[in-house]
Design a protein. Structure first.
Length: 161
């Protein structure tokens, strides 16, 4: 879409800020990760977060099968992680080659170079409403690794990444 053909609502939708996150799932050779921006805390008791994963991505299936995922929060010091996970990975290709990782108590990897990380257990799923699958997870572990500020992402329009 050219700039003059973008509907007004699309530019308005693009003003909704989000963070940038690495979401990981699986264990061992079956683990993968992806760069996501649709992540939001949605409750205190229990502490819950939703993520939206593009339907059909390998991450979707892993989260559904294992019932677990990790979220790593990016900051300005995490630019190499952003670049690494933004490229995507072919099936069978390691998402973690060259990335220092820790593991939650279920063995799910997360990049230790992030600002913070959280381990979550899936509590619900919403699929078939949009081109993304929404997973809700209860936070069961995590840590803030630095006192920096999380990265904030604002799109030109709300119709594409």
């Amino acid at each position: 879409m050219s700039g003059d053909r973008v509907p007004a609502f699309a530019r308005a939708l693009g003003t909704i800020p989000s963070g940038l996150f690495i979401v990981t799932a699986g264990t061992g050779d079956d683990a993968t990760g992806a760069l996501l921006s649709f992540v939001q805390q949605i409750g205190f008791e229990p502490p819950c977060v939703t993520i939206a994963v593009k339907a059909g991505r390998p991450l979707e299936d892993l989260i559904r099968r294992t019932g677990r995922f990790c979220i790593a929060v990016l900051d300005d010091a995490s630019m190499t992680l952003l670049a690494h996970f933004a490229k995507g990975f072919e099936p069978g290709q390691s998402a973690f080659e060259g990335v220092e990782v820790g593991h939650d108590d279920a063995g799910v990897p997360y990049p230790t170079g992030a600002l913070a990380w959280m381990s979550l257990e899936v509590t619900g799923e919403l699929a078939g409403v949009t081109d993304h699958v929404v997973f809700c997870g209860k936070v069961v572990d995590g840590a803030r690794l630095r006192d920096d500020k999380p990265m904030v992402h604002v799109r030109k329009t709300g119709l594409s990444y």
